[in-house]
Unconditional design. Structure first.
Length: 309
């Protein structure tokens, strides 16, 4: 078994097809097939279940290949570190991040990292859907909420206030609510997951909870689209302050009913195992913490977020 063979196995797992994997690696299908067989013989197990048209991972493959991928990534990073110098962090960042936060904040922040560390490369998946670490070929996921699977490992980046947001024009036309009970006459803009809209909005004040079943004419599984509807003046939305920070700081939208706050969320950087943590991941973690805190501080200084001093 050698690293080239393991690379072939990972590529076959990605494409679920030996011919497609061989094409992507610029080799013959027979060569790729032989590499897979050598690895399986060395391990003494079959990594794939063969069918006439496609392959799928066996139970052994599902356990082995994620760790194999991590090992190859570490070896590649070690080679890169030697090439660029001991003080330079190198390697590939394979990240999944939600649509709104990813497009508007995180990708530009990673661009800054890559400019400072030329040995870094980026493969990013923008999605609000749940991620399977091996199926989706990612090493880390940036998501709101702590890991739900005890087998996963994660770093908490920060607490994230959530706000009720609307444009000044919308409020001038429809009126500005001062209490959750006033929301009954307003149009809600909803994020939805698995076709279920999040239309039950919760607010807290002085330890008391208020729940409002909202009505609205727009819902989407894309958080960025919900934000765009909000800044276009189509209604009101409950958003993470990070997702909509640029619009808040520019005055395109405002924090409505600031005394009644939706539950605070948490931003986490999640990876499959502790062993999958690399210097590039630690660098990204620290950069995310710094950038998120700076953004929250800016909104607090402007009075958009309350001060907790």
């Amino acid at each position: 078994m050698n690293f080239d063979d393991l690379t072939v196995v990972l590529k076959v797992a990605e494409f679920r097809n030996i011919t497609a994997a061989a094409t992507s690696l610029d080799m013959r299908a027979a060569t790729a097939s032989a590499a897979v067989k050598r690895v399986e013989q060395a391990l003494g197990v079959e990594l794939f279940v063969r069918s006439t048209r496609r392959l799928r991972l066996s139970a052994a493959g599902e356990k082995y290949l994620p760790q194999c991928r991590q090992a190859l990534a570490l070896m590649d990073e070690a080679r890169q570190n030697i090439r660029f110098g001991a003080e330079t962090v190198a390697g590939e960042i394979r990240l999944s991040v939600s649509s709104d936060l990813g497009r508007n904040r995180v990708v530009p922040w990673i661009d800054e990292l890559m400019a400072a560390h030329p040995g870094l490369s980026l493969r990013v998946q923008i999605t609000d859907s749940n991620v399977d670490f091996f199926r989706d070929s990612v090493d880390m996921v940036l998501r709101y909420g702590s890991p739900s699977d005890a087998n996963l490992y994660g770093f908490k980046i920060c607490d994230v206030p959530r706000l009720l947001c609307a444009t000044p024009d919308y409020l001038n036309q429809q009126g500005t609510p001062i209490h959750p009970h006033d929301l009954a006459g307003h149009n809600g803009l909803f994020y939805q997951l698995q076709d279920i809209p999040y239309d039950l909005w919760t607010f807290e004040r002085d330890g008391e909870e208020y729940r409002v079943k909202m009505k609205g004419n727009r819902a989407s599984n894309d958080g960025d689209l919900v934000r765009r509807w909000c800044i276009a003046g189509h209604g009101m939305a409950v958003k993470s302050c990070l997702d909509i920070s640029d619009d808040l700081l520019s005055g395109r939208v405002i924090n409505v009913m600031p005394d009644y706050t939706p539950p605070v969320s948490e931003l986490w950087l999640i990876c499959p195992t502790r062993q999958s943590i690399t210097p590039a991941m630690r660098l990204l973690r620290d950069h995310l913490k710094q950038q998120c805190q700076s953004l929250i501080n800016a909104m607090t200084t402007r009075g958009i977020l309350p001060s907790h001093d």
